[in-house]
Design a protein around this ligand. Structure first.
Ligand code: SAM
Length: 242
């Protein structure tokens, strides 16, 4: 694929999604008409721009409303023929998409919504073709502790910390890494997403220079320790052995 034509570049995911977007565009470079599956892809934040890049994208989502928005946005963007919207449950992914393998499977902010994370993850991995890629985006329970404390709600911060200690928090980056390793996937990159944009108050962004600096801060810190470990969200790209 190539980056989106200039008249469509306003579609590209921005803000906290921008780092993950750049990783995916680089990963798909050189693959002609990649086949992509977006699990819980909702209204198409990634699916529509990926289709605009030349990918054939199947979106599986439980929500009929989200899929209706996806279909409308795909039509408005002129990529309707490259998007297949399937109303289905990622916990029964095979029923939704059969046994075909995709070049790239996205599971962005979906594993925190399923009942059985391990079973859903196994189905998601099964949908990646040998040699294909899995793109995972998850919230980071550690960041929830920090943001509650910064908001002045210390009992809530303590409750979030206790949930991590008791293994009751939502599956975060460590759980994602462990699942990838269990399934024999090779982790290619890990990026912290929106490290600073989720911390700075809106009033700090009054000037264009401040907004530009924030984009640069988020991008440059995304792979730097200790910043990446405290990001509100973490993106992980993993490859299935060929
Ligand atoms: C937080 S949104 C994330 C949307 C998109 N992946 C993104 O990152 O912008 C979660 C999406 O997952 C969908 N969803 C939740 N549980 C699901 C399930 N079991 N199977 C399929 N979709 C599900 C919701 O309808 C919603 O569109």
């Amino acid at each position: 694929v190539q980056d989106v034509a200039p008249n469509l570049s306003s579609l590209n995911p921005t803000g906290r999604q921008a780092v993950a977007w750049r990783v995916l565009v680089a990963a798909l470079a050189g693959i002609e008409s990649p086949e992509v599956l977006d699990c819980g892809g909702g209204s198409g934040t990634f699916a529509v721009p990926l289709a605009a890049l030349g990918a054939d994208v199947t979106v599986v989502d439980l929500s009929a409303d989200a899929l209706a928005t996806l279909t409308r946005r795909a039509a408005e963007t002129g990529v309707a023929e490259r998007i297949t919207a399937v109303q289905g449950d990622v916990e029964m992914l095979r029923d939704a998409v059969g046994s075909r393998g995709f070049d790239l499977v996205l599971a962005h902010e979906i594993l925190s919504a399923v009942d059985d994370v391990r079973a859903a993850f196994a189905q998601i991995v099964a949908a990646v073709r040998p040699g294909g890629l899995l793109s995972l985006l998850s919230t980071n329970p550690a960041a929830a502790v920090i943001s509650r404390a910064l908001a002045g709600d210390l009992p809530a911060a303590l409750a979030e910390l206790r949930a991590i200690e008791g293994d009751l928090a939502e599956p975060g980056p460590d759980a994602m890494r462990a699942l990838c390793e269990e399934h024999g996937l090779r982790i290619e990159s890990v990026h912290g997403i929106g490290i600073f944009s989720e911390l700075v108050p809106g009033r700090a962004l009054d000037t264009p220079a401040a907004r530009e600096a924030l984009v640069e801060l988020d991008a440059s810190s995304s792979t730097l320790s200790p910043f990446a470990e405290i990001a509100g969200r973490v993106h992980l790209l993993a490859r299935k052995p060929g």
